[in-house]
Design a protein around this ligand. Structure first.
Ligand SMILES: CC(C)=CCC/C(C)=C/CC/C(C)=C/CC/C(C)=C/COP(=O)(O)OP(=O)(O)O
Ligand SMILES: O=P(O)(O)OC[C@@H](O)CO
Ligand SMILES: [Mg+2]
Length: 229
């Protein structure tokens, strides 16, 4: 789905807050919509997928924190294993619950090593998963974790400082992983400017995920699209 060395932009829609109509009327669309949140209370994900599907053909990729967040109305699923943490529920437990249902669904499964990186403050993802992120400067630990995930057969690496993080992933960490990995790298958390987006692609990100800033300031949308080309 995500191709190495091609720049993809994914816009994260939080199912509790999403206003996709902000973007769908614009001339250019992102490569993907990611749909999900660490903490989802209203369960509008099916409804949001159905409504976007009526208006455009941008692939919809679920980004769930729990099997209860799944819907058949998306195209694909980031099947995340939280390899930066040591909580068995998020490494394999939730997957066992979801697998029988996923086997019957048409969702494309994307086996993804999910790595939380410390972005300067506690995030919903580390709190909900009860796991510690990898320290911001410890690129060697991030590399060893990503290599182990690749050796286990995972197809994508997702480096995430967490939604709304004060700091985005260190470009040096992205460069190091890019030099040693064969699989595509997804990067997100705390990307607030088109310049940052551009720099993270330059460092080696294959997919960048932008969420919070576009929820707060949708008028920046076209600048982010431009920086992803
Ligand atoms: C296998 C299945 C179906 C579920 C488990 C999936 C795993 C392992 C998830 C890892 C832990 C986790 C809580 C991930 C959530 C990541 C996510 C959707 C983040 C999006 O941002 P938010 O954390 O919601 O940010 P806000 O606090 O800004 O809303
Ligand atoms: O909301 P932001 O900070 O853009 O983060 C997006 C996403 O990578 C979080 O999982
Ligand atoms: Mg959220």
């Amino acid at each position: 789905m995500f191709v190495k060395n091609k720049r993809h932009l994914a816009i994260l829609l939080d199912p509790d807050k999403a206003e996709p109509s902000n973007f769908l009327l614009e001339k250019a669309l992102p490569d993907y919509f990611f749909i999900g949140g660490s903490f989802v209370s209203m369960h509008r994900q099916s409804q949001i997928c159905i409504s976007i599907k009526k208006q455009c053909s941008v692939p919809l990729v679920l980004f769930p924190a729990d099997p209860s967040h799944l819907t058949e109305n998306a195209d694909a699923l980031l099947f995340l294993s939280l390899v930066s943490g040591r909580n068995p529920e998020y490494l394999i437990g939730k997957h066992v619950i979801a697998a029988p249902m996923l086997r019957k669904s048409k969702l494309k499964i994307l086996p993804t090593a999910y790595m939380l990186i410390d972005g300067g403050e506690a995030t919903s993802a580390s709190y909900i998963s009860n796991s510690n992120p990898i320290p911001y400067q410890k690129s060697d630990i991030a590399l060893a974790t990503a290599l182990a995930a690749q050796m286990l057969g995972m197809k994508y690496i997702y480096l995430d400082c967490g939604s709304g993080a004060p700091k985005h992933v260190n470009p040096e960490m992205i460069k190091l992983l890019k030099d040693h990995l064969e699989i595509p790298i997804i990067v997100g958390g705390g990307i607030r400017t088109p310049e940052t987006l551009f720099n993270l692609y330059e460092a080696g990100a294959d997919v960048c995920v932008v969420g919070n800033i576009l929820e707060k300031n949708p008028s920046l949308y076209m600048d982010f699209i431009a920086a992803s080309k």
